[in-house]
Design a protein around this ligand. Structure first.
Ligand code: PEP
Ligand code: MG
Length: 691
């Protein structure tokens, strides 16, 4: 056995990156290597990053290093050498800036609503705290351990990808923190302890990971050194990732402070539904685009939101001060006092439409040349049902029912669904509502290995329903029963052709028969098809023969026509709603509906944007469904234009070759024809094109 004494001299002490380097050096030797604090009993294994970090050795700490084994002297030399070289940190300044910047930092994203908010960051990582204890049978313990190891492997792959990206885009100095995260995942103190806990306590993997993670975190919160204590959030990140990969569960934050600005990599719509919205002032996320579901919902809720901020989440800490400027698509972290002063004058709530709603007009709008256009509401959450009437909607054109599901993988019962649909029916009265069958995808295979490589092209929407008939039957029964209380229709999402429609209708008919034989109270409903993928557009005439109405989902139509992932910020500049190919698809679908004499309700985000709504009217759309808060604005614009003029513009657009050409045409024509209705900033291009 050999030992030496030394003092930690580096400015930041034995922090994550230094510890990662120490682990790397110590692991090259066979001897055991232990670090002991001389001011107490704390000791750490120099080959375990978590163990080293819990030593909380800040600058000036005296340590004893003990080596034991065949190469003990060489091991001690190497470790002492590393300490004397300040842990080989060459890019310290940059690296610290990345994780701990306190100077003002501006990041550009995409504003998907209005509003400017000054607040404090609340970091929220998807998929965690609702972890429950389950007792695992003796025979299944090995499977549970394997499940945990699979989640560790998946987390490692994810972190390697993040690290690569950070290295490429930000440089090596910014990527180092992910080295530490990767080492946490390899550390026996985490992995072995979790596996031991599973076996000893016959516990499910989620619970074991949470207990072990909490223990590590509690050690961190007691550390005296501010900088080292903050590194606890790195461990938290890793544990959250593991839990997310194990469960896909969602955080609950009941104790939000008044001025919370939620910062996240991405947010599930169900997480937004769970937040206490009274205390959320704004949202800023790394991922997302104008039509990602999260953006649609936050816009509907009038929440100031900036998406597509790339690596912003990693730069923040809970409690940091922040300005979110959705009007300019910008966030400012650690704003300087002068910046806050400037912004104080511009802070405003993003829901001016609510004021307009006082002078509410109901019923369809009539253009100045006499064309009647029905304006309906899209709703996602039961809390929005009331807004439908507040904003003068003609009922609900699209209820995205999947948001009834509180979290991925958890289905709600027929009784719960029935209550929700009945409440919707009652709230929407004479106009009624259209319920979409669950438009869910791969997340219902909650097992990590079941996740699909390409969920947007996978077992989604009608395909999911047809493959999971029990889920579909439960929902269909709930809808048919609730239909007895008022006017309810049902729409089948993302059909590829009339074959999908026929299969879905067969299930609906079977449930109608079953309800009749049970002598239940129910009513028949009108059945529609969502037209949102090119194959459905191109065979729309055939589909029209088998349904009562179409719903034109322009969000997915853009995504699938242009092959652009609607939620991927990296390709948001290719997401062009006004692409001529999309306009052709819209025009063709409307035409097919007219020929078959069935209604076509346009329900994508396009209908919520006044200038686009005019263009849709130009293509002959007479039924639009949109975010409730936008109805008064769309009504105002449509009531002042001539549909015939809109048609002239629409036809010109159809003849264009590119989205740029269409946008230019729209700018010129709209300004010329309706200058008072469309000042430059009211034209949609600014909001949606390349930022
Ligand atoms: C659409 O795709 O346009 C649509 C209305 O549905 P969602 O946005 O929910 O996919
Ligand atoms: Mg869709």
């Amino acid at each position: 056995m050999a030992e030496r004494r030394l003092q930690v001299t580096s400015r930041l002490g034995l922090h994550a990156r230094a510890a990662a380097n120490l682990v790397r050096v110590a692991s090259q030797f066979q001897s055991t290597l232990t670090l002991q604090r001389l001011d107490g009993n704390a000791e750490a294994d120099a080959k375990s990053i978590l163990s080293i970090l819990t030593l909380a050795a800040s600058r000036g700490t005296d340590l004893k290093i003990v080596a034991n084994g065949v190469d003990e002297e060489e091991a001690l030399d190497a470790v002492i050498g590393l300490f004397s070289r300040d842990f080989d940190e060459t890019e310290k300044v940059d690296g610290e800036k990345f994780t701990h910047a306190t100077s003002e930092l501006r990041c550009k994203g995409l504003g998907v609503s209005d509003g400017v908010v000054i607040g404090r960051v609340l970091r929220l990582q998807e998929g965690t705290h609702n972890v429950y204890r389950a007792e695992i049978a003796e025979a299944d313990l090995e499977r549970e351990r394997r499940r945990f190891r699979a989640a560790v492997r998946l987390s490692r792959r994810q972190l390697e990808a993040i690290k690569d990206r950070a290295e490429k885009e930000l440089g090596r100095g910014h990527a180092y923190i992910f080295d530490a995260h990767l080492l946490f995942l390899q550390d026996a103190k985490l992995t072995r302890d979790v596996e031991d806990y599973i076996v000893k306590e016959r516990s499910n993997a989620e619970w074991a990971a949470k207990v072990v993670g909490d223990r590590l975190l509690s050690i961190y919160t007691q550390i005296n050194d501010d900088y080292l204590r903050e590194r606890g959030s790195d461990i938290e990140d890793v544990i959250q990732r593991l839990l997310a990969n194990l469960t896909g569960e969602v955080l609950k934050y009941p104790n939000l402070s008044e001025d919370a600005v939620i910062v996240s990599t991405d947010l599930l719509p169900s997480t937004i539904a769970e937040l206490n919205l009274k205390h959320v002032k704004a949202i800023a996320t790394d991922a997302g685009g104008w039509t990602s579901h999260m953006a649609i919902i936050t816009r509907g809720l009038g929440l100031t939101t900036v998406v597509g901020l790339r690596d912003f989440y990693q730069r923040t800490r809970t409690g940091d001060s922040i300005i979110v400027d959705a009007s300019r698509g910008e966030v400012i972290l650690h704003p300087a006092p002068e910046t806050i002063e400037q912004y104080k004058f511009t802070v405003h709530d993003p829901a001016p439409a609510a004021v307009e709603a006082n002078a509410i007009n109901c019923g369809p709008v009539v253009t100045s040349d006499g064309v009647q256009i029905t304006l309906r509401a899209n709703v996602e959450l039961p809390t929005e049902f009331q807004a439908v009437n507040d904003f003068g909607a003609c009922g609900v054109g699209l209820f995205r029912s999947e948001f009834l599901l509180s979290r991925p993988g958890l289905m709600s019962s027929e009784a719960e669904q029935y209550e929700a649909y009945k409440a919707l029916t009652i709230a929407t009265g004479e106009y009624g509502a259209i319920v979409r069958l669950f438009d869910v995808g791969g997340e219902f295979g909650s097992d990590v290995k079941d996740r699909e490589r390409n969920p947007a092209l996978g077992l989604r929407a009608v395909r999911f329903n047809l493959r999971n008939k029990q889920v579909m039957r439960t929902q269909v029964r709930a809808i048919l029963r609730a239909a007895a209380a008022g006017r309810l229709s049902l729409v089948i999402p993302m059909v590829g052709d009339v074959g999908d429609v026929r299969l879905a209708k067969r299930v609906i008919e079977e449930e109608l028969e079953r309800l009749a034989s049970e002598k239940a109270t129910f009513a028949e409903v009108r059945i529609g098809a969502m037209i949102e993928i090119p194959s459905a557009v191109l065979t729309a005439e055939k589909i029209a023969g088998e349904v009562d109405f179409f719903e034109l989902g322009t969000n997915d139509l853009v995504q699938y026509t242009l092959a652009v992932d609607r939620g991927n910020d990296k390709v948001s500049e290719w997401f062009r709603t006004l692409h001529p190919a999309v306009l052709y698809g819209i025009s063709r679908t409307l035409e097919a509906g007219r020929t078959a004499q069935i209604p076509v309700i346009v329900c994508g985000e396009m209908a919520s944007t006044p200038a686009y709504a005019v263009l849709l009217a130009g293509f002959g759309a007479i039924d639009l469904s949109m975010i409730p808060a936008m109805i008064p604005r769309v009504r105002n614009v449509l009531s002042q234009i001539k549909a015939e003029e809109a048609r002239e513009v629409a036809l010109k657009c159809l003849a264009a070759a590119t989205a740029d050409e269409v946008e230019e045409l729209v700018r010129i024509e709209f300004r010329r024809r309706w200058p008072e209705l469309f000042p430059p900033n009211a034209l949609p291009m600014a909001a949606e094109t390349v930022q």
